[in-house]
Write a protein that binds this ligand. Sequence first.
Ligand code: AMP
Length: 591
Amino acid sequence: MTFADMGLRPELLEGISRLGFEAPTPVQAEVIPVLLETARDVVALAQTGTGKTAAFGLPVLERLDLELSAPQALILCPTRELCMQITRDLQSFASCLPTVRVLAVYGGADIRPQLSALRRGVQVVVATPGRMLDILRRNAVDFSKIARIILDEADEMLNMGFEEDLEGILSTVPDEAQTFLFSATMPREVEKIARKTMKNPVEITVGTRNAGCENVSHEYYVVQAKDRYRALRRIVDMSPRMYGIVFCRTRLETQQIADHLSVDGYNAEALHGDLSQQQRDSVMGKFRKRHVQILVATDVAARGLDVTDLSHVINFTLPDDLNSYTHRTGRTGRAGKEGIAASIIHLRERFKVKHLEHATGQTFTRRPVPTGDEISRVRLMTLAERVRDTDTGADLVDRHIDEMSALLEDLPKEEVIKRFAAIELHRMLLFYREAPDLNEDVQSRFQDRRPGPRGADRAPRTRGGPRPDTADKVELVMNVGSVNGLTPKKLMTLVNVSNRESSIDIGRINIFKIQACFEVPSADAQGVIDAFAQGRVDHNGRKVMVGPAGSPQPGPAPARTPLRQGPPTSADHADKPRKPGRGQGGAKNRR
Ligand code: AMP
C-alpha cells in the first residue's frame, strides 16, 4: 500500500514526499486507513521511532476543516520535548496545505504566549497534560469542536502520574470525539484508562505486545558493584564508534558517571532534571548532531529526546520496571540496523534479568566483560582500518612527506607502524596493559557463603527464637505477590514446605504487587533457591520461583524494590516529578 492509496490529500502527499517518506511504515500502513475510514476509537501498540507521529498526524490533518479556526484535534503527550517534536512534525507534514495552525502547549515555559496564540485561533493543540489542564481551568480555550483526541505515549503519561489530569481534560471534550491511544507497552493502567475513556476500540498491535525490538541484542555483564564503572569503560572502549545513551537511576549518579567519563577522555555529557531547560536543550542538541558521543541520562530526562538510531543503550543500573527497560532499549535497533542493549548487573541481579527475559520474551545473553588485551586488540585493529581507509587529502601531507620519510628512513615498516600506534593509543594501551579480569564468577559467591554440608556448622535454631544478626541474612525475591494472594504467612509456609530438610529462619518480608522479597540466613539462601528451582512449588496455580535480590546488608536493611511491571513510584525515580494535585499542572512538566 502506498500513501496515495490511502486517500490522503495531494498537499499532504507532497508534504511527506518532501520529507523523503516514500512508503508507509508498518504502523502507518495499519493505522492510517483505520483512522481515515472509521469513526471508531483506536488503541495502537507502537513504539517511538516507528513512524507513529505520521500514523496519527496525517489522518488528523486530512480530516481538519481548514475553514474552521477552532481547535479540532487535541494531542496529549508526556513531555515538553515530545510536544515540540510532534508540533514540528505536523507542521512539516502540512507544509503544502494552506495555513494549518498547530500550537504546542507545555509547562516550564511562559504561559502568556500560549494563551494569546489560543486566542488568535488554532486548529490542532499539542499539549502536555499539566499545562493543558491549567489552561482549561482559566477557561482560555474552547474544546467544543474537538473531533479527535490522541493520547501519545499513554504508558509514559500514566507512569508520570498524569492519570487525573488526563481524565480532567477528557471531560471537557465532546463525548462523540474519536480517541486514539498510542502506547509502547500495555500495562494494566493503560488498559484501564482505555476501558474508561474509549468505546469499543479497534486494537492494533504493530510488533509484539510488550516486547522489545527484534534488531536489538539484549546483553548483560556480571560484575561486582564496585566495578560497574570500570565495566562501562570497557564496553565503551570495545566499541569505538558507539553512539549511545548510558542510563542511570538518579541525577547524582548520572552527573557523576558523565563527569568520570569526561575526565577519562570520553566525549560524554549528562542529561538530568537538575540542569536548566536551556542546559538540557543544549545537551540534547549536541547529542542529536552527534557532537556528543555518549549521553548519560536519567529515564525522565531522556524521555523527550527524539533520537532513536543509537548503536548502544547501556543500563549502568537496571530500571525497576519493565516499561522503563522497554523505553530505554527501544531507542536502538531501528530502521533495520542492529542495536545493542547492554546491562551492567551484579551477581544478585540475575533474577531481574530472568524476569526481563520472561516479560519481554527476548533472550538475554551474558557477555564476559572484555579483558584489557581484547580491548587493546580491537582498538589497534580499528586504528589499522582507519589508516587503511584514510584519504590523506592530497597536498596536506604530500608537501612534507619526503622530509618525514627521510627522518624515518632507518626504521623498518613494522617499527613505524608500532610507533604510530603507540602515539595514537598510548594511554589506552598502557591503561589496559595489566588490567584485571572484572567478571564476577556466578558460581563462587553463593558457594563461598555456604558452610560445607548444609547447615553443618550452625547451631540448630528453633522457630520463634531470637532473630539472628541481619548481617548474616541475604534477601531473596519470589515471583508471586499480593495479586496472587500472597501473605507473609503464606510465604513462610511456601518456603518451609519446600525446604523439608530444615526450618528456615525467615527475616524481613516485603510483599509487592507481583513479587515478594524476604530475608533468609545467607547459609540457607542457595538451598532455598534450589528447592524452588525444581518447579514443584505451586501457589494459586502459579509455579513459584525464588532468586537472589540486592546484596546482604548489615543492620536494619532498607527494603529493596524488586523488578516489577507496575508504574514506578516517586521513590523509585529520584528525578521524576512528584505527582501534584490538580491545579498545579505547569509544575509537572518541569524535569
Ligand atoms: P516517529 O516514530 O513518528 O517519531 O518517527 C520516527 C522517524 O521516522 C522520524 O524521523 C520520521 O520523520 C521518520 N519517518 C516516519 N515515517 C516515515 C516514512 N514513511 N518513511 C521514512 N521515514 C519516516
